[in-house]
Ligand binder design. Sequence first.
Ligand SMILES: *[C@@H]1O[C@H](CO)[C@@H](O)[C@H](O)[C@H]1NC(C)=O
Ligand SMILES: *[C@@H]1O[C@H](CO)[C@@H](O)[C@H](O)[C@H]1NC(C)=O
Ligand SMILES: *[C@@H]1O[C@H](CO)[C@@H](O)[C@H](O)[C@H]1NC(C)=O
Length: 558
Amino acid sequence: MDMMRIRNSSKQQTDPENESVSRLVERKTGLNTMKTMGILVACLMILPVFVTISVIYKGSSLDQYNDARVIHAKGSEDATSKPVDEHKDKLLDGLLTTGFEERSCLSRYQSVLYRRASPHKPSSHLKTMLRKYEDLHRRCGPYTESYNKTVKKLKSGHHITSTDCNYVVWISYSGLGNRILTLASAFLYALLTDRVLLVDRGKDIDDLFCEPFPEKSWLLPLDFPLNQFNNFDQKSPQCYGNMLKKNHINNSMDSLPPYLYLHLAHDYDDHDKLFFCDQDQSLFRKIPWLIMKTDTYFIPSLFLISSFDQELSKLFPSRETVFHHLGRYLFHPSNAVWGLITRYYEVYLANADARLGIQIRVFDTRPGPFQYVFDQIVACFLKENLLPEVSVQEPIVTPSGNRKSKAVLMTSLSSGYFEMVRNMYWENPTVTGEVIGVYQPSNEEYQQTEKKTHNRKAWAEMYLLSLTDSLITSSWSTFGYVAQGLGGLKPWILYKPENSTAPDPPCSRAMSMEPCFHAPPFYDCKAKTGIDTGAIVPHVRHCEDMSWGLKLVDRDEL
Ligand SMILES: *[C@@H]1O[C@H](CO)[C@@H](O)[C@H](O)[C@H]1NC(C)=O
Ligand SMILES: *[C@@H]1O[C@H](CO)[C@@H](O)[C@H](O)[C@H]1NC(C)=O
Ligand SMILES: *[C@@H]1O[C@H](CO)[C@@H](O)[C@H](O)[C@H]1NC(C)=O
């Protein structure tokens, strides 16, 4: 469906009889062609980040990046060559490092051509710690001398007294949005505890993401001795919570096991949750291998662990930028996914005057689409002035040359809502005269986990949403969290409908761009009693979209 549209719309000028494309797309494309040169020039002067360009490399090393030339501007075959803005900050204010081979991962240094420069700068301490981590990873990564030594000891099964390098192994578990959030969580945990992050590739991690660290892979070698990750669960003899329950482990033991399994998934119990206590963290310092399974963004609760607190505030003076920085540091789409992103962006989003993303996730077990969901979406974007009203009485005639255009990127498992919004702006003129294009890359009808092409498109969609100027998201959606975090956007969150009716108000602006931790512990480790963990410090609060969830915000008072 989406491929059809792309092919058709690129054929518009030469094939006017093709009726299978909506008039909206047709008109837009024509308009864009006429305006392309003007837009290109204007964009180069005013908004360099939004210019859609293809870049050719004269060499593969980073130092030659500045030789890159624009050879082709979208929609205009004869565009003259223009130099890429040489001051464009491809290292994202020092968040990224040099030294990668560029062709193997085009997105790493090209993202700057598509994304607005972030107003949030990484702290110098974060940059220092990332460079330090990269050195550690270089020294301890797969098949290094230190790695080989620790694995050998692990195989022997004996207690390991001390090792050069300690590790946290992330198990690929749950949907793609969740996995992106948990990878960031595991990485921050690794940073805080001087561990090396190694990643279980599951079915497709290596297909979706580039390597984030120089020289040594982040993928756990396939010959790693404990690779039967499906066997790990809460009942495993190596599960930390289970061992506590059975009194098989404590801080005063002389002989600790070489590895522990940490069960941090949504169904974890009170013993597993002791992960978030200082005392338990001090025990983990003596364990070289921690193997972690989680499906939720647990970073907010790390901010409540007193031994991490000081370091975290140095790393992130602005608390709500944790995922924003870590996400842009870690998650670079593979070349296959980058192709999906850039081709779509160039056709549908690049030439609009403004872009709005709408991420729809419906938690209704019946098949949709539902009128109440549509009503809620429309009520939200009209109330918040994100899209103009339409005039149903009479057509407003305005000259077509000078209209502002807005591109709406919708993502949803079904195409129903996209069709309804598109038809709304196709069948009726806007009262402002603005031209609204509505696009949806794909619809898969139901969510599938760990399927290759599905996840490539899902990742591309999250990334595309993150390239918009404003964003509407659904409650509880990890897909939306990823997009808002990468994009540095505070979304308008659609409240969860109750009883199949659109809530009033339909949506509200998020307090911060951080993801919500859906399954936080409510425990005071010192007092050994229950506590409201959303009311301890000003910067860890309950989420807008989930009353028991926790999220980071920039606030000084409770
Ligand atoms: C580590 O072990 C692998 C084989 O298991 C070997 O190929 C590699 O050379 C070793 N690394 C070092 C630094 O000896
Ligand atoms: C720690 O665990 C060991 C082994 O189960 C046990 O013998 C010992 O009494 C425990 N110590 C404490 C302080 O609980
Ligand atoms: C849900 O809707 C039904 C039917 O409209 C109504 O009888 C019921 O009171 C509603 N429940 C709530 C919690 O609003």
